[in-house]
Design a binder for this molecule. Sequence first.
Ligand code: NAI
Ligand code: MG
Length: 354
Amino acid sequence: KNFDIALIPGDGIGPEVVTEGVKVLKAIEKMDTNLSFSFTEFPWGCEHYLKTGKMMDDDGIDKLRHFDAIYLGAVGYPGVPDHISLWELLLRIRKEFDQYVNLRPVILLNQSLTPLKSKTEEDIDFLVIRENSEGEYAGAGDWLFKGQPEEVVLQTGVFSRKGTERIIRYAYEEARKSNRTLTSISKGNALNYSMVFWDEVFEEVGKEYPDVETYSYLVDAASLYLVSDPERFEVVVTSNLFGDIITDLGAGITGGLGLATGANVNPEKQYPSMFEPVHGSAPDIAGKGIANPIAAIWSVSQMLDFFGEERWGKAVLTTIQDMVKETEMLTPDLGGNAATGDVGDSFIEKLKIT
Ligand code: NAI
Ligand code: MG
């Protein structure tokens, strides 16, 4: 089987970590004669914007449409306003390809990496399913009387029946399939329309899943629990903004952004899905060759699972686990002194199918 992959390395450390992920896919291709990958690179991002005034080509979405997957590094860099780089590339792709499920695993791979003193690897192991197409990121709002004393800005959340139901249903299915509890994180006390609706849909859809044990927390309380007793969480479903925030918190309790991955999935496979590390372009370390490539390699594992090549997806994740446990070949963010490329090289030496 051949899979066609669109590469958008993007800005800052994006290209540095995508290089390592591609290395891993090429190594798999060598080890498995039934599998091959072809890559097409698109030079989109902030540099492209400064040259052309566009983050991506006008017909960029059409150019991506026929690929099996998109593999993205990071976008955004000083010199281009963040809301432009985010909306005109990353969010545009997520929305146009209706990648409404964002899968972000939060798994502690080595006890020494969590700042939570008493917590072990068994305690921190959950999957956040973030709504990825609407909600607080709907882009609906207005800026009235701009620059005047009576200036007012409005930013509206949009929660549709269809959008809310499908993400919650996806999460119930995932919890049922993996025999885990499901926790909804919302804020119905303060957001008295959107989150009340969210909570109602969560309960309503839940009637079809009497076998799934559920919990529902307000996002502020959930933030506390994520630090005080993360073992409460198994599968989590939440809105676009809350999901963004709590998954960085999840990264914080498991070793940082260098280990956090996210898949942007269109489950119906009408359009390509996109795989990317959670982190951004990290301007503070870009160009130094010390970016941690593990998050980006974990994205490759998610991509392989999505392709139905779960044996390889698992093999990649197991190798990540081993490397983080052994700790001899890690980048500075994890306390090591290895370079980005050395981590990638060492990774493919260790990689094998079990
Ligand atoms: P960031 O994720 O780029 O960096 C935050 C901190 O984590 C920095 O200290 C950085 O050095 C460190 N870090 C991140 N990834 C790392 C890795 N792989 N290895 C080692 N250390 C790592 O977030 P920040 O600084 O808020 O944003 C920088 C730019 O990236 C902005 O323009 C922002 O808009 C953009 N961004 C893009 C995202 C995306 O493309 N999905 C996500 C988040 C931010
Ligand atoms: Mg984020």
